[in-house]
Design a protein around this ligand. Structure first.
Ligand SMILES: C[S@@+](CC[C@H](N)C(=O)[O-])C[C@H]1O[C@@H](n2cnc3c(N)ncnc32)[C@H](O)[C@@H]1O
Length: 384
């Protein structure tokens, strides 16, 4: 009997096409990265933030495929598109697809209209997308089945995807939630963007922690190079960490006045290494070349007095084409002695990526179980 298990190479692919979601503006870089890593994929269709690829018949992908891409926000099998002026008729048509009835989640979202942070736009699920999601829920209920709408799925759940590429043009498909971001609707975690923050770095770091599995525990000592004005420090302080902010620029007063914060008003390379001796998590968010950021971090991490558990870097690219250096940047970080190195363009990133590395993989996800309500560690405040 033929083996028809979902991951069997003999299982026929559900479609000839896959869809990939990326940041609005990152299409060329994403196409290049995806086709370099997967020579069996060819560009089929592209809109800002939305791309489809045709899979080579000679070299198909397994049903539960993993895309090797730092720039892809999420991805799945593309089952086609539906165009109409009438939302109800589109829902009625799409919900007859057999993959809809075999999914226990439906994720519905609009493609990004702008770069995150531009014109007040922040990634997330719009009210309109949720409304459409509820129409899908009602369609499932009519047939006696239940489907969750725009909820984070469990690992490996089958998720039906509806991408509102235009208000009257929806593309649909499905995926198995095999990655952390694959469990989030549209690959974007539900982060409350109505919170008042000192900078967008607050959202970026919130997403970085959710994606990477790093848990900041009360009492952890964190150092951030490139800390002004202070959005990331704000989040770290909220989590009960003791924070050293390193930046020649001014920090927000609300951060400066926090009892668990110390500002070292210098460039990263000018700070004495012993200042980092108790640092558990080292962060860097420099508006500088990614190689410079990694060199700055390397000098600290390599010092015999320093023993960080992990690093969280925001690496900025002056041009999209420079994102081809991501594999080399990851190699450079791995060479510093980190066991796990991951890179991703977060939904809240702009022309930048988040690179996370930890010395020991067990530190990831352990945090929650091990949270102890420790008093924040004392870091020496410089005299005024
Ligand atoms: C994108 S901002 C950082 C935002 C910050 N992480 C936040 O949470 O608000 C980049 C910062 O890097 C700082 N910077 C640039 N080069 C630096 C260096 N060599 N050492 C320390 N800070 C540097 C700049 O002064 C600037 O404040």
């Amino acid at each position: 009997m033929a083996n028809t298990a979902p991951d069997s190479p003999t299982t026929p692919a559900p479609s000839q096409f896959i869809f990939v979601i990326c940041q609005n503006g990152a299409e060329s870089a994403t196409k290049l990265e995806v086709t370099n890593n997967h020579p069996n994929l060819n560009l089929a269709f592209s809109r800002p933030g939305f791309i489809t690829f045709k899979v080579s018949a000679d070299n198909p992908l397994p049903q539960r495929f993993t895309l090797k891409s730092a720039l892809a926000r999420t991805y799945g099998w593309s089952l086609g598109k539906c165009t109409s002026q009438d939302a109800s008729s589109m829902v009625a048509e799409i919900s007859t697809n057999s993959h809809f009835s075999s999914s226990n989640h439906v994720h519905v979202w609009q493609r990004d209209p702008f770069t995150p942070g531009k014109n007040g736009f922040e990634p997330g699920i719009s009210a309109l997308a949720n409304e459409v999601g509820n129409l899908f829920k009602a369609a499932a209920e009519k047939t006696g089945s239940k489907i969750a709408v725009n909820k984070e799925s469990k690992p490996d759940d089958q998720v039906f995807d509806v991408v509102m590429v235009e208000p009257n043009e929806w593309w649909y498909g499905y995926h198995f939630a095999s990655t952390v971001a694959g469990r989030w609707p549209g690959g974007t975690p539900a982060i409350d963007t109505s919170v008042e923050t000192y900078s967008r770095a607050y959202f970026k770091l919130s997403e970085a922690l959710l994606w990477s599995g790093i848990t900041i525990q009360p009492g952890d000592i964190c150092a951030e190079i490139g800390s002004a004005p202070g959005g990331a420090c704000q989040l770290l302080l909220e989590k009960g960490a003791s924070v050293i902010g390193i930046d020649p620029a001014e920090m927000e007063t609300g951060i400066l006045e926090h009892e668990n914060f110390v500002h070292i008003r210098k460039r990263g390379t000018d700070v004495r290494r012993k200042e980092f001796r108790n640092t558990k998590w080292l962060l860097s968010d420099l508006n500088a070349d990614p190689n410079f950021s990694i060199e700055t971090v390397a000098e600290i991490v390599n010092h015999p007095l320093v023993d960080v558990k992990g690093i969280i870097l925001t690496l900025k690219f002056s041009e999209w084409k420079n994102t081809t250096s991501i594999p080399d940047l990851m190699k450079a970080v791995k060479a510093l002695g980190f066991q796990v190195v991951k890179a991703r363009q977060l939904a809240f990133n702009r022309r930048e990526i988040c690179l996370v590395a930890v010395k020991d993989k067990f530190v990831l996800r352990l945090g929650k179980k091990n949270v102890k309500t420790k008093k924040p560690a004392t870091i020496e405040k410089p005299s005024p």
